[in-house]
Write a protein that binds this ligand. Sequence first.
Ligand code: ADP
Ligand code: MG
Length: 502
Amino acid sequence: MSTNTLFVEKLGKQVQIIFDTKSLRIQSDATVIVPQQKKSKKSRSCVCLPTLEANDDLSSSASSSLPIPHRNILHANYNARTNMVQLNVLVADKPSDPESTTQLFKFMYTVKDNEQEKATAFCHNIMTSVYQDLIPEKRLLILINPFGGQSKAKSIFEEKVKPVLEAAKCKLDVQYTEHRYHALEIAKGLDIESCDTIVTVSGDGLIHEVINGFLQRPDAREALQKVSLGLIPAGTSNSLSISMSGEKLGFDATHNALQIIKGRPLALDLCSITYEDNRYFSFLSQSFGIAAYADLGTEHMRWMGDNRTVVGLMQEIFSKSTYQMEASLLIAESDKEKIKQNYKSGLKASEWKSPAVGDGTVQDTIPPLSEPVPENWTTINGDISIFLASNVPLLNRGMLSHPCVSANDGFIDLMLVRGGKGIGKQLSMFTSVDTGKHLDMDMVEYYKVKAFRLKPIVKPGKNAYVAIDGEHASTKQFQVEVHQALGSVLSLNPTFINTNVQ
Ligand code: ADP
Ligand code: MG
């Protein structure tokens, strides 16, 4: 595709629209009418189009306009009835910053006489170029948890997400979850031909339910491959979202809406969790010890948002809590230096890895719980303070507990801290966990494992917690096996965030 230009009109003046292999530029339209998202629908304001020379400031104006990259072009359409071209795009507030927030702009121009065909072809060309191997105008089933996080999911969706999805002409089927496991039931009973993507507007809880709803179907693998998962973070920790986009954009609703519109499936390792009488799937973490308490023992502090987990950790450290367990690990790598090197070379490659293909249900390959631990597994007995296995690097804001996680390497990253380490040492670990530097401390063990078995030994008179994906789970013995690239989530990047481990 070569450069393509269309001359159109606005308020009697000529405007030039240029579309090339990289971007869209609109020339000579210094003032643009943009609808205000938060005020009433009728309210409109006059905003200037940002420019390349504008020094990153949205309020400057100039005659030659900023290039809008293909990724940020949501829709282009010629409307014969109004004889207008409409271009819906996201414009970065700080164009030179890759982490910049964006705003929705809708440009409308009158097409000149006898140029209708040209305008139609121009818009068609834009749409095929910016959606190449993606699905335009996706059919989205949107599940909103009205009580997730601090109960802001509805307003986040209505004010920030819906306008962007509608600007991309996505077809929206919006449903509010009415009770626990409602999202699971919806995913389990879904006609997988009826939508392209399930979007959760929630925290990690609803994502867990959708994945499990799919995996309970007889056509689990087909459902996972056919219907992609999209995220709008509106919960407490939003671990998957911040692991994909970082702590800033991971909480940004517009960025996540764009990820649903323009993302590709990022393959994710999923884990099966097996108890004696129960089996389900986990996409985030399995935790026993003080971190599990921080997740689960602090429900009464929900008003604090994700700060409550920090408070929980402090309570545990100062009360010198330890927990007893017996764990058996199928270890793939236990050398921290090698794990770091492998992580860094994996990031350099950073190609899109395809989600695993297959059909039917998912089977485990490890021996069932009723059988003895295989000989090549390593067993650890005793007191621990943290047993935290994860499929994502960031479980909370500021908590880069698993800096060497790859989204789809086929391993679970396990961080283990044995008991009796003292308050000072544990505190210094938590002051370096925001950068991932805790990994270098001798007391922190870090493994790549394929599977493990965990038997909590609950001390009399003491509460113990097992958290799976941040939710309460039984403290009976269970085992975990990782299934490489079994799931996927729509993402703008082929990897999780670069954690910059040294
Ligand atoms: P958070 O990140 O704050 O935990 P989530 O969106 O992850 O928020 O949801 C927490 C839990 O809320 C989930 O386990 C989900 O099953 C449950 N849930 C969903 N809808 C409702 C509802 N209408 N009433 C009560 N609980 C709900
Ligand atoms: Mg992994």
